[in-house]
Design a protein around this ligand. Structure first.
Ligand SMILES: Nc1ncnc2c1ncn2[C@@H]1O[C@H](COP(=O)(O)OP(=O)(O)O)[C@@H](O)[C@H]1O
Ligand SMILES: [Mg+2]
Length: 124
């Protein structure tokens, strides 16, 4: 769960919402950060995929993550659902990963424009 929160902080979110559902044993982390494009969604959940680069030498800002391990590991051991909105393109990108397999990966017109930029839901 802290990995998801750190990702939200990395995405420059100003607000992070965390919901723990004890009945369905799930954790949902929503943020209003930079979001995930359809192109990037393709790569997410693959081992070692990270959009972040290490180090601050070339003036890049520091990020909490960079190894690209968190989401791929969560996708191995849980059901991971990622929903991200691209406001300018009016797209909602969704991906579901379970047991390391991609079950769903779609980009469609959003029906719910109130969804925060990115929502990560993990069901054990
Ligand atoms: N809340 C989020 N908002 C935007 N992009 C995200 C978010 N969470 C994850 N990502 C994207 O997924 C990639 C993989 O995440 P992760 O496995 O935690 O690796 P890392 O944080 O080490 O880069 C990140 O590099 C980032 O591009
Ligand atoms: Mg991370």
């Amino acid at each position: 769960m802290d990995e998801l929160i750190m990702n939200s902080i990395d995405s420059k979110a100003s607000e992070i919402k965390i919901v723990i559902n004890l009945r369905e044993y799930s954790i949902t982390v929503k943020d209003d950060g930079i979001g995930i494009t359809a192109e990037e969604m393709e790569k997410i959940g693959k081992r070692y995929y990270s959009s972040k680069s290490m180090g601050s030498e070339n003036g890049k800002e520091m990020t909490l993550g960079y190894q690209g391990e968190a989401l791929s590991s969560i996708g191995q051991v849980s059901l991971l659902e990622i929903i991200s909105n691209e406001r300018e393109r009016r797209r909602q990108n969704r991906k579901v990963i379970r047991g390391g397999q991609v079950i769903l990966n779609v980009s469609e017109e959003p029906n719910d424009t109130h969804t925060k930029a990115t929502q990560m839901k993990k069901v054990h």
